[in-house]
Every structure is written in structure tokens, then in C-alpha cells.
Design a protein around this ligand. Structure first.
Ligand code: C2E
Ligand code: CA
Ligand code: CA
Ligand code: CA
Length: 277
């Protein structure tokens, strides 16, 4: 038994060790991922629930690691935030997304914004406003064609956040609150911030399949958003049932596998040319 216990200790410590080795490997890899061209943006269409037209696209990062294969953003974005690497990576994401959007415009595809996720750490970086301004200037993208998705957690530092949001709004950038409903926040403070859109988190859209009490929560969020004059987007729509419920309750925009998975830019271009021509 003692031996077994001994083995267990060895087993656990080597597992823990294994995790930290992987983390260190990932961190080192992440530092070089940009220059090694391993990062790529995919784009997921956002669809008007009234017309079925594509009215936006969200950029989502992908990391193709030479040894570990595909690493999902939920694994390396937190690491990038922890290490501060999110600042240079975030700037790269902004540049790539704006360049891509500009390229689509040069192909005659226009009339919708490109949505880019912004981490709290990146948003709170003192150079963030400067980065956004630089990227818009360098790519020549109109500020009104860039949308930034920011989570509710920025309101933990409300003074700084309001100032940054106001600066972005003054620049003409569109502002969306991502993962809405998952934070501790209420809609009430949002009306004092220059927000344009709220994105209802997938976890609430998942509930549409279930009991009516859950459904009414989605309806409540939509109604509050509409009352405050926000554009309301629902993410993670997978079924027709969810789509119908959201349409019936006047949600403006939808995003999810029901319409399309996130795709490489080239494939989104085909969808855009086909659907919005
Ligand atoms: P998010 O911003 O809430 O993005 C939505 C996630 O749901 C994406 O996962 C998307 O691929 C996935 N999704 C969309 N529709 C459906 C659906 O119908 N069903 C299911 N099951 N999933 C759906 P992804 O791309 O793995 O990204 C996960 C998270 O990683 C994002 O959540 C975001 O928080 C973060 N992330 C992704 N790209 C970036 C980025 O460029 N910058 C930053 N800062 N974070 C990013
Ligand atoms: Ca998002
Ligand atoms: Ca989400
Ligand atoms: Ca998010």
C-alpha cells in the first residue's frame, strides 16, 4: 500500500509537472508564433435575423502549433493574458482583421463591420487607444467599419473603462459587450457607457431548447437591450428552434453553426459574394 501511495505521489507530481512543462512550452511557442506565421484568423458570419443577409463577421484566432497541432484559443488566450503577450498578439489580430476587411472592401464587399475580440488586459493597456488609431491609419480602414467586442469585466475598473470607451467612441469605432449575461453586471450601468451592441452569450442561447423559465431569461435580456436602444446579437445559434425563438422576440442579429462555422477568409469571401451580391 505504501508503495502504491508512493506511486500515486509520483504519478500526481509528474502530472502536475507535465502540465507546467506544456504551459512553459506553449508560452515559449506563443512568443514566436507571430513571426513563425502560426497564427491565423478565421471569420464567422453574423446574419440579420430579419433579412438573412450577412451584416458582420467576427474574427476568431487560431494557432497551428508544429508539435501540438491545433491549439484552441480558450487554452492560449488566458496564457497570453497572464504573460502580457496578449498586447502584441492583440495588436497583430487588429492589424490582420482590419487588413482583411479592407481587402474584402477592395473586392466590392462592403456595408458591414469586422468584429474583433479585445481582452481586458489589452483594453486596459495604456497603449491600446494608440494601437487602434495606428492600425486604422495604417490599413486605411474607416473607423465605423471596426467593431470591438469587450467583455463585461472591464466594468470592474469603471473609471478607466468609461474613459477608454469614450475615446474609442469619439474615434467612430463600434462597441459591443461580449458574453453578455455571464458577468455579475446589470444592463443599468451600460446605459451610461457609449455601447452600441450587446452579444447574448451562447450559454443563454443553449437554454432556448429547454424549459420556458430559461427561455424567458433570453427574452428578458433581448427586451432590456431593445429598450436601451442597443443592437442585440445572439451567439451560438445551432438549431432552427433557437433561430425562430430569437426572431419572434426581435433579436436583431444571429451568429452560430446554424448559419456557418468560423471559416478562413477566402471561404467567407465566397459566402459574401454569393449571399450579399
Ligand atoms: P467568444 O468571443 O464568445 O467566441 C464565440 C466562440 O463560440 C468561438 O469559439 C466560436 O467558434 C464558437 N461558436 C460560434 N458559434 C457556435 C455554435 O453555434 N456552436 C458552438 N458550439 N460554438 C460556436 P473559439 O473561436 O474557440 O473562441 C473561444 C473564445 O476565445 C472566444 O469566445 C474568445 O473569448 C476567445 N477568442 C477567440 N479569438 C480571439 C481573439 O482574436 N482575441 C481574443 N482576445 N480572444 C479571442
Ligand atoms: Ca466574441
Ligand atoms: Ca461567448
Ligand atoms: Ca469572449
Amino acid at each position: 500500500k505504501a508503495k502504491e501511495r508512493g506511486n500515486q505521489v509520483v504519478f500526481y507530481s509528474s502530472t502536475l509537472n507535465g502540465i507546467s512543462v506544456r504551459k512553459m512550452e506553449l508560452e515559449n511557442g506563443l512568443r514566436k508564433a507571430i513571426e513563425k506565421n502560426q497564427l491565423q484568423l478565421f471569420y464567422q458570419p453574423q446574419v440579420s435575423l430579419a433579412t438573412g443577409q450577412i451584416v458582420g463577421a467576427e474574427a476568431l484566432i487560431r494557432w497551428q502549433h508544429p508539435d501540438h497541432g491545433f491549439i484552441p484559443p480558450c487554452e492560449f488566450i488566458p496564457l497570453a493574458e497572464e504573460t502580457g503577450l496578449i498586447v502584441p498578439i492583440g495588436k497583430w489580430i487588429l492589424i490582420e482583421a482590419c487588413k482583411q476587411k479592407k481587402a474584402w472592401e477592395q473586392n466590392g464587399i462592403s456595408g458591414f463591420p469586422i468584429a474583433v475580440n479585445v481582452s481586458v488586459r489589452q483594453f486596459e493597456d495604456e497603449q491600446f487607444i494608440e494601437h487602434v488609431a495606428e492600425v486604422l491609419e495604417e490599413t486605411g480602414l474607416e473607423s465605423g467599419h471596426l467593431e470591438l467586442e469587450i467583455t463585461e469585466s472591464i466594468t470592474q475598473n469603471l473609471e478607466l473603462s468609461s474613459k477608454t470607451l469614450k475615446q474609442l467612441k469619439d474615434m467612430g469605432v463600434i462597441l459591443a459587450i461580449d458574453d453578455f449575461g455571464t458577468g455579475y453586471s446589470s444592463l443599468s450601468y451600460l446605459k451610461h457607457l457609449p455601447i452600441d451592441k450587446i452579444k447574448i452569450d451562447k450559454s443563454f442561447v443553449d437554454d432556448i431548447r429547454q424549459a420556458t423559465t430559461y427561455r424567458s431569461m433570453v427574452k428578458t435580456i433581448i427586451d432590456m437591450g431593445l429598450n436601451l436602444d442597443f443592437t442585440v446579437i445572439a451567439e451560438g445559434i445551432e438549431t432552427e428552434e433557437q433561430l425562430r425563438f430569437l426572431q419572434k422576440n426581435d433579436c436583431h442579429i444571429g451568429q452560430g453553426y446554424y448559419f456557418s462555422k468560423p471559416l478562413p477568409a477566402e471561404q467567407v469571401k465566397e459566402l459574401l459574394l454569393k449571399g450579399n451580391g
